[in-house]
Design a protein around this ligand. Structure first.
Ligand SMILES: O=P(O)(O)OC[C@H]1O[C@](O)(CO)[C@@H](O)[C@@H]1O
Length: 542
């Protein structure tokens, strides 16, 4: 980080670190209005953060000094910004207008994107209208979507979030884990004659995905199908056409992916095929359109009014100055219950880094631990620590104002809990207030003083509230793109490469070695603890 920007923000932190948001609200009746921005049908209220205009100015300057706008434009233009894998980063090309042009190796990638989208569109229509059937001529009723990480989380959470748009005649089942309890349970309910399998793996080397697909292929053949029937039932999305064909997938059934799309940024590509199969291609296009709108907002809005930038600089403020370790996502929406897990991969796989773009080790904090869960459930579980634990956890409260049901009172209760949690986190409750309450209830003075200590709510705990009118395909596209860009901005400020993921590789290599020890096909050198676990497993497995 440039020393000057760092120092300016540090000064702001020193000025504000002991100021309570209660006092900020009391002193400025315009505070909520001042720190609320509307864009892309979102309202972002970030007034319950420990900042004022001066601190925010320093934070935006930090982003400017890290050449945010230049780096953002370089990403959108297809420059090789992933410098450890020597790749462009162009998930935004997946949602561009068909008339646009972005050149990678002298090829307009937007044309490739649209030829794949057209192939998806035709495929989805054929499955939905029954012109493409299974081997016995029956219409498909189920899709088993196999993939993991970025080839799973995006399609799964989007399909789940858009339940009201799902086609009831075609049920999509997602399977990721190599733990066969999942695939076995899923397949047990299905009829192979009416089941379509979509295997998604950008690399086509991922152990879990290959194994689950093999198991599904065995199940399919055991149903009486012949080897040549596989072509009618197994589709695949991959950038590794050679490996996919070698595996037995018909080349016509391979939907392409490109190395300029990272797995965790890929739901907009053919990796989104299970989404389109579930909610229809028109709705899938709406998701792309929403993301395109958020891209336009990110590209053209001054940093001070730019939603992903505001959320990003606030995150940096808490990680690097308040020393916060985690960030919690709290969707007050059952349909968005998977969103924290999605952002967890997006953010932690992107920004969990400790070497900068100049190949130097860095000491400052980078990506926070992302976690969360749906409201109000969390209020009866982990919110205790958010309110009274001795660590600050910045929170994003996310809520659609209009639900997809007619239970008005339920929704009012949901909203009141969401808003009240932001209020409780911000204002807290002083020991004097608590003591007063206890005395009024007839508790004696000594007991009231003692209890007040335990009931004390420090408050001053920051949160953003992100409201949307309704959770629709277009709005979900905007929401996901908002978080993608937030992660990008933070990566720029931390001067890291947000687009590689070397940290997951060693586990894969060692996993293969340990497997050879479990299967007695090799005797790798293992540390005594790992060897002991292998021996125990082999002794006790029946
Ligand atoms: O699509 P693939 O190549 O099977 O990879 C799945 C996931 O595995 C990872 O490489 C991590 O192991 C993710 O980045 C990726 O989304």
């Amino acid at each position: 980080m440039t020393v000057q920007s760092w120092q300016s923000v540090q000064q702001e932190f020193n000025r504000l670190k002991d100021v309570h948001m209660r006092d900020m609200f009391a002193q400025d009746p315009q505070r909520a209005n001042k720190f609320t921005k509307k864009a892309c049908d979102f309202t972002l209220d970030y007034s319950k953060n420990r900042v004022d205009e001066q601190a925010l100015t320093a934070l935006f300057q930090l982003a400017k000094d890290h050449k945010l706008t230049e780096k953002r434009d370089a990403m959108f233009a297809g420059e090789i910004i992933n410098k450890t894998e020597h790749r462009a980063v162009l998930h935004t090309a997946l949602r561009r207008d068909s008339k646009d042009s972005i050149l990678v190796d002298n090829k307009n990638v937007v044309n490739e994107v649209y030829s794949t989208l057209n192939k998806m569109k035709q495929f989805v229509a054929e499955i939905h209208n029954g012109t493409r059937t299974g081997r016995t001529g029956k219409k498909f009723t189920d899709v088993v979507a196999i993939g993991i990480g970025g080839s799973f989380l995006g399609p799964k959470i989007v399909t789940e979030a858009l339940k009201p748009y799902q086609n009831p005649a075609l049920k999509v089942h997602f399977v990721a884990n190599v733990d066969a309890h999942h695939i076995v349970d899923v397949l047990a309910k299905l009829n192979a004659d009416t089941t379509l399998v979509v295997m998604s793996s950008k690399s086509f080397t991922t152990q879990e995905t290959l194994k689950n697909t093999e198991t599904t292929r065995e199940w399919f053949l055991a149903s009486g199908a012949k080897f040549e029937d596989i072509a009618k039932h197994f589709m695949c999305v991959s950038s590794n056409t050679a490996k996919a064909t070698e595996f037995g997938i018909d080349p016509d059934n391979i939907f392409p992916m490109w190395d300029w799309v990272g797995g965790r940024y890929s739901l907009w590509s053919a990796i989104g095929l299970p989404i389109a199969l579930s909610i229809g291609f028109d709705n899938f296009e709406q998701i792309l359109l929403g993301a395109r709108e958020m891209d336009a907002h990110f590209l053209s809005t001054p940093l001070e009014d730019n939603l992903p930038v505001i959320m990003a600089v606030l995150g940096v403020w808490y990680s690097n100055f308040f020393d916060c370790q985690s960030h919690v996502l709290l969707p007050y929406s059952h349909y968005l219950r998977g969103f924290p897990a999605y952002v967890q991969q997006l953010d932690m796989e992107s920004n969990g880094k400790s070497v900068n773009q100049l190949d130097q080790n860095i000491e400052y904090k980078t990506g926070p631990i992302i976690w969360g869960g749906e409201g109000t459930n969390g209020q009866h579980a982990f919110h205790q620590l958010m309110h009274q634990g001795n660590t600050i956890i910045p929170a994003d409260f996310i809520m659609p104002i209009n639900p997809n049901h007619d239970e008005v009172e339920h929704h009012q209760m949901l909203a009141s809990n969401c808003f009240a949690q932001t209020q409780a986190l911000m204002q807290g409750q002083t020991t004097a207030e608590i003591e007063q309450e206890l005395l009024a209830k007839g508790v004696d003075k000594q007991e009231a003083t003692r209890l007040a200590k335990h009931k004390y709510m420090p408050g001053n705990r920051p949160s953003n509230t992100l409201l949307m009118e309704k959770l629709t395909p277009i709005q979900l596209g905007r929401l996901i793109a908002l978080y993608e860009h937030k992660v990008f901005v933070q990566g720029v400020i931390w001067d890291i490469n947000s687009f590689d993921q070397w940290g997951v590789e060693l586990g894969k290599v060692l996993g293969t070695q340990v497997l050879s020890a479990l299967q007695d096909t090799a005797q790798p050198e293992l540390d005594s603890s790992t060897q002991q676990l292998v021996d125990l497993f082999k002794q006790q497995i029946s």
